[in-house]
Write a protein that binds this ligand. Structure first.
Ligand SMILES: [Zn+2]
Length: 63
């Protein structure tokens, strides 16, 4: 399983083969992009919040 990030729309796409790769979002040809192995490192997208207030887009509603 490989992963590529589209340089045009920054969308992540996954495929089992890197032979031919078209961005599913904007149809950019990603065949020349270097594929990254996906799913081999657990928790690779772990984000750390170092006491930083995270801005969430919460819509205030009346409970
Ligand atoms: Zn794209």
């Amino acid at each position: 399983m490989y992963k590529k990030t589209c340089p045009n729309c920054a969308g992540d796409s996954y495929s089992a083969s890197s032979a031919r790769w078209i961005c599913p979002y904007c149809k950019t040809d990603l065949s020349r992009q270097k594929p990254l192995p996906a799913g081999s490192a657990p928790g690779i997208t772990t984000a750390r919040n170092n006491g930083e207030t995270k801005a969430l887009r919460l819509i205030p509603g009346k409970g």
